[in-house]
Design a protein around this ligand. Structure first.
Ligand code: NAP
Length: 305
């Protein structure tokens, strides 16, 4: 099996994958795709469950997305994941989008049913499970602050928090307008009978130190959904002075064991976790959607290393 396949391979899938046993029937579409860890998680899971299929990486450029998706049924695919930059654009190419993914406005999992392509989002539910596993708490009981709420992952997480009816949600984004728009969209979810003192339950917050300090005083869980921290040279996305020992800090970044944000938070005694658990649970949920059976979580976790 090649490290990365292309649209040209997909056009002649039988030839491009001749001799592959078991056949390749699942993939992740990305641009780039080479960095994806999903095959490491899904291939051991498929093998452990005795499912005669394998999972590969497909490098699909934005302008190739429609054609690539339409080729899936004929190439014998069961489904695919999509990652950056396709999570929103993919929606217009599908026959159906599940209600939850529609609310999020993006998706990461596609099921092939005959000629029909159906979309799901497992990023938000994956984060929900990850928070429960890492901190033994539920989103619905927390005051949550999402950094990067205007990005794809941040939006999925913010909508999930709203659907869970969390105690309080603060939306922070470098480009403030995106946070403000999302707050308008999510307002109906926070109109219920739940009350929380004098502080609003839902707020868009400018990325200014004084505003953040005020918000963090009313926060249990900070989630970093920005890409700041992915590069080794990135600084901490928040200054250490804003962090407190009573916080839980979750960084969706999974490439680093500890981003500068997590290092700083851990140093002052906060509880911290990185995005590997979100990656694991979003993958496990996709597996369950494709195969309608529980995913072998421990096998998938071991695959991620
Ligand atoms: P995206 O759509 O490109 O969004 C990037 C976000 O980061 C935007 O909100 C952007 O703000 C913000 N940002 C970028 N650089 C920043 C900086 N220096 N300071 C402050 N904010 C900054 O990307 P995405 O798909 O949402 O991915 C975001 C992160 O989530 C990545 O680190 C990715 O690894 C992670 N993720 C993890 C999982 C998992 O399973 N663990 C799944 C999906 C994504 P502007 O709007 O102002 O540009």
């Amino acid at each position: 099996m090649k490290d990365v396949y292309t649209l040209e391979d997909l056009r002649h899938w039988d030839t491009a994958t001749a001799g592959e046993v078991p056949p390749i029937r699942l993939a992740v579409f990305g641009d780039p795709a080479a960095h994806s860890r999903s095959p490491q998680m899904h291939n051991p899971a498929l093998e452990a469950c005795g499912i005669p299929a394998r999972y590969c990486r497909l490098h699909i450029r934005p302008e190739e997305l429609g054609e690539a998706l339409r080729l899936l049924p004929r190439a014998g695919f069961l489904g695919t994941n999509v990652t950056i930059p396709h999570k929103t654009a993919v929606m217009e190419h599908l026959d159906r989008v599940d209600e939850h993914a529609r609310k999020i406005g993006a998706l990461n999992t596609v099921v092939v049913e005959g000629e029909c392509l159906i979309g799901f989002n497992t990023d938000g539910p994956g984060l929900l499970r990850a928070i429960r596993a890492e901190f033994s708490v539920d989103l619905r009981d927390l005051r949550v602050l999402v950094l990067g709420a205007g990005g794809g992952a941040g939006r999925a997480i913010a909508v999930q928090c709203a659907l869970e009816n969390c105690v309080r949600l603060a939306l922070v984004n470098r480009t403030f307008d995106k946070a403000r728009q999302l707050a308008v969209e999510l307002e109906p979810y926070f109109k219920g009978p739940r009350v929380f003192g004098p502080v609003p339950r839902l707020e868009a917050v400018p990325w200014e130190e004084a505003d953040l300090a005020l918000q963090i005083a009313n926060t249990d869980l900070i989630i970093n959904a920005t890409s700041c921290g992915m590069k080794r040279t990135d600084p901490s996305v928040l200054p250490p002075s804003l962090l407190q020992a009573n916080l839980m800090v979750y960084d969706t970044i999974y490439t680093a064991q500890r981003t500068p944000l997590l290092e700083n938070a851990e140093a002052i005694g906060a509880r911290v976790a990185n995005g590997r658990s979100m990656l694991l649970y979003q993958g496990a949920l996709a597996f369950e959607i494709w195969f309608n059976r529980p995913a072998p979580l421990e096998v998938m976790r071991a695959g991620l290393g």
